[in-house]
Design a protein around this ligand. Structure first.
Ligand SMILES: Cc1cc2nc3c(=O)[nH]c(=O)nc-3n(C[C@H](O)[C@H](O)[C@H](O)COP(=O)(O)OP(=O)(O)OC[C@H]3O[C@@H](n4cnc5c(N)ncnc54)[C@H](O)[C@@H]3O)c2cc1C
Length: 398
């Protein structure tokens, strides 16, 4: 897919990354899935190609690229390997963007150096009993003298066990035990006692990046580790959600890239495969399917690019990011499913990438805010009110 409105620099960037994706990245994708090993070699490729930490401001060693630049990179990589696309998301958006927006000079330098040298930071929000209702988290950071002591459990943390830098969200309590709200802390795995990776989830797809359970057992952090201060019961959480809009656009982009990759495979195959004495793309049923797939992708791309553009100088707009993620994630699943169908039995084989793409793309209506919860975000923004289903405590809602 090629959208209009890209600058010549962006078109060049897109062409360069497409080449990288079609070459070494595509070659490794099946193996990354089969072995479930984090693709450190692709991290090196991205580093050499200056695609890690592109959005980090120049003064911290990055290139100060905007969200759309990052989106173009993620889209092209994900068409070949969604795991590599996700690495591009998490080294340009999400945790790193939160640190660059809210962190101290020291924190920004630390995070920028780590990402630019190949670390994909982990963002730790979700807990076994606090998923969509992240505000209900029970991981706590108790102020004790000149230290915070963190206890709790996070799960489904992308990169757990390979990431070093962690941005951890916890309820913060003062010395007297009063809750101050949700705050975000930085901790480095293997350098911070009490940060333990305790389980790797056996995932359906996206198998090259571990999803992990992380336990914090009396993990002591200095006040200088606090990146997003609680600032009242709701403010720290609002800052977190604001930064998370970049991650949502990134997640939508991975889904878009996977679907575009699958669509292209189906388009090519429809010319190559002959049945009844002609290419299968001469059957109108398949022509209309291709037409529908292209329309869905074109619309998804426009929503994603628009959401990315809305974040110029800050974070993408919450409404646009939510709309883009809901539409793209749901339609990408359908497009990949349709693409697989073009291949008949071959589509069901692990020798072709379609089945991997179908497993990988399924994630994006779940992680980073489910499609249902994001519909709540959209409706809340349209109606300009907090909806009953997102208020704290159903019993208190009315
Ligand atoms: C591959 C993957 C990677 C992830 N990576 C990370 C990560 O790096 N860091 C992190 O912190 N988390 C991560 N997550 C967790 C993810 O953000 C959560 O799974 C998600 O927020 C949903 O939470 P849950 O799984 O507990 O589902 P639940 O909240 O239990 O939801 C169950 C169902 O109820 C629906 N539902 C819940 N509330 C409402 C409502 N108010 N209105 C309508 N429907 C509702 C949901 O949409 C869903 O269908 C990841 C998840 C996956 C699958």
């Amino acid at each position: 897919m090629n959208a209009s409105g890209l600058s010549s620099d962006q078109l060049k960037l897109q062409a360069r990354v497409r080449e990288l994706a079609a070459g070494p990245v595509a070659k490794r994708a099946a193996e990354v899935d089969r072995t479930e090993q984090y693709p450190w070699d692709n991290v090196e490729l991205l580093k050499d190609a200056k695609l890690l930490g592109m959005t980090i401001p120049q003064q911290y060693g990055g290139q100060g690229k905007n969200w759309l630049d990052a989106v173009l990179v993620i889209e092209a990589l994900s068409a070949a390997c969604s795991v590599t696309g996700r690495i591009a998301v998490e080294t340009n958006m999400g945790a790193i963007s939160a640190v660059m927006a809210y962190g101290s000079e020291e924190q920004k330098k630390l995070a920028a150096d780590m990402v630019l040298s190949g670390d994909k930071p982990a963002i730790c929000i979700t807990e076994p009993e606090a998923g969509s209702d992240a505000n209900g988290m029970t991981t706590r950071a108790d102020k004790k003298g000149n230290r915070y002591v963190v206890n709790g459990r996070k799960h489904w943390i992308t990169g757990g066990g390979v990431s070093r830098l962690h941005l951890i969200f916890a309820k913060v309590y003062d010395e007297k035990g009063n809750e101050e709200g949700i705050g975000g802390f930085l901790a480095i795995r293997d350098e911070t006692a009490g940060l333990k990776i305790t389980k790797r989830e056996p995932t359906m797809g996206l198998r090259g990046i571990p999803e992990a359970v992380i336990d914090f057992e009396d993990m002591e952090l200095p006040p200088s580790a606090l990146v997003i201060p609680p600032r009242g019961l709701k403010k720290g959480f609002a800052d977190l959600m604001n930064a998370y809009n970049s991650q949502r656009v990134g997640a939508a982009t991975v889904a878009l890239g996977i679907a575009e990759g699958a669509y292209q495979l189906a388009l090519d195959w429809s010319e190559e495969r002959h049945q009844f004495g002609r290419p299968i793309n001469e059957f109108q049923g398949l022509q209309w399917k291709l037409a529908d797939m292209s329309i869905k992708l074109r619309a998804a791309q426009a929503l994603v690019y628009d959401a990315a553009r809305s974040g110029e100088g800050s974070f993408p707009d919450m409404l646009l990011a939510a709309q883009a993620k809901v539409f793209t994630s749901e339609n990408a699943i359908q497009v990949v499913n349709d693409a697989l169908q073009f291949f008949g039995a071959r589509g069901y084989s692990r020798e072709l990438p379609l089945e991997r793409m179908a497993r990988d793309v399924r994630m994006f209506t779940i992680g980073g805010g489910t499609a249902e919860v994001l519909r709540n975000v959209v409706a809340g923004a349209l109606l300009k009110k907090k909806l009953p289903q997102t208020r704290d405590g159903w019993a208190k809602a009315d």
